[in-house]
Unconditional design. Structure first.
Length: 193
């Protein structure tokens, strides 16, 4: 059975900079024999958490809120050894669509015995000019509170770009993302061998 990896984009732009960075990661995983999946909550509806607490009462790995994508994406997250999320910077933070998914996934996971515990992953962030560090930290906090393992890279997993495709001109950013993907792959292979 192949080991799985999922990349989840918070960007509403198809073929944009966030997707380019995430697909670079997935290409490395695929080359190493991982089964990969790409999902975008920028184009699939995920409603925000309403703090109903039903995930803690039901104890069945589901959320009481019904929408287009949460349950299918969450199931893929649970099946994956590697979970990478990516977001463009929107007014200094991750996109609300991505945070809606992560908030709900975190609550359901923690209410059911920490289902995401010890999975490997981390964020990638892209912006035109600034806001990278806060957004990167915001997303890393989600991994940390879910007891996940986040490897480092040669710098923070950020890149610069505004218009679609512009991110590929950020040589240092691309090298950082590539090394991050290699470290994720190395770590996942060590854990699953």
């Amino acid at each position: 059975m192949p080991v799985k990896a999922i990349a989840i984009s918070g960007s509403p732009r198809a073929e944009g900079n966030t997707q380019i960075l995430l697909k670079r990661c997935l290409d490395r995983f695929k080359t190493a024999g991982f089964e990969t999946s790409y999902r975008s909550v920028g184009t699939e509806l995920v409603k925000p958490c309403i703090a109903c607490g039903k995930c803690g009462q039901m104890k069945n790995r589901t959320c009481a809120i019904r929408d287009d994508a949460f349950h299918s994406i969450f199931d893929e997250m649970l099946d994956s050894a590697i979970i990478v999320v990516g977001s463009p910077v929107y007014f200094g933070s991750a996109t609300p669509n991505l945070m809606a998914l992560l908030d709900r996934a975190g609550y359901v996971s923690r209410a059911n015995g920490n289902l995401l515990s010890r999975k490997v992953g981390g964020p990638v962030v892209v912006a035109r000019r600034a806001g990278h560090n806060f957004t990167f930290a915001q997303l890393v906090y989600w991994y940390m509170i879910n007891d996940m393992v986040v490897p480092g890279s040669t710098y923070w997993n950020i890149a610069f770009g505004r218009t679609a495709g512009e991110v590929v001109h950020d040589e240092e950013g691309i090298k950082t993302i590539d090394r991050f993907a290699e470290n994720l792959l190395w770590l996942a292979q060590k854990l699953h061998s």
